[in-house]
Design a protein around this ligand. Structure first.
Ligand SMILES: [Zn+2]
Length: 212
């Protein structure tokens, strides 16, 4: 199986517990689940409906605040932003509005008709979305098209530790809707492909990129 990010050949391995096949790409450090285990949108929705995302919840607010504390010092003074894949609530957009940044939000399941076709943004944020994507490369490129030149894309997704043994014990793939797994190197390769550059990552789960 060739890598869906960089087209190099990958190494397959089987998860001992679930018997699911994954593919691991050495050059771009991308890991993806065999597509026969991908779920349709209805099944995914049942799973997402279990997420307890209460806008009043202090823990949920603190969770987004940690993301913004890392991202906002790196992105200048954006005039507007888009939260791509916001889920049921628009809490992150609300927090950005409080920072004085006009923010739109979009979610394919909960808020599917919120995007204007040719509107562009200074900042796009996407938290806990990319691990769900069947075609992350396509979505990455489409988000860049929505960015102004010099605009920023900030993504949060848990980075794997690049070992098949540690992957077996990792909690993140145990969510059946998590199908693709990244590291900073994966995003570096995506950046080279689509004309942007990584400006910072926290080594754990957040990366910030600038459109050239
Ligand atoms: Zn690759």
């Amino acid at each position: 199986m060739d890598c869906h990010i960089c087209n190099q050949s990958t190494e397959s391995f089987i998860h001992e517990k679930t018997k699911i096949t994954y593919y691991h790409c050495n050059p771009c450090e991308y890991i993806f689940k065999s597509s026969e285990f991908y779920q349709d949108l209805e099944t995914q929705k049942e799973r997402y409906n279990l997420h307890e995302n209460n806008e009043e919840d202090a823990g949920y607010i603190a969770y987004f605040q940690r993301f913004l504390d890392f991202v906002l010092p790196l992105v200048g003074e954006p005039q507007n932003a888009l939260d791509f894949g916001c889920g049921r609530t628009s809490l992150l957009a609300t927090l950005l509005e409080k920072e004085g940044i006009a923010c739109d939000y979009f979610d394919p399941i909960y808020h599917p008709n919120t995007l204007e076709s040719d509107k562009k943004y200074d900042l796009i944020v996407s938290t806990e979305v990319f691990e769900h994507l069947h075609q992350p490369s396509v979505v990455f490129e489409s988000l860049l098209q929505r960015l102004n030149k010099g605009g920023y894309l900030a993504i949060q997704t848990e980075f794997h530790s690049n070992g098949q043994e540690s992957f077996q014990k990792w909690w993140y793939p145990q969510d059946s809707t998590h199908i693709v797994f990244f590291r900073a190197q994966t995003f570096t390769v995506l950046c080279e492909k689509y004309g942007c550059r990584c400006i910072a990552n926290n080594g754990k789960n957040i990366i910030v990129m600038e459109k050239m």
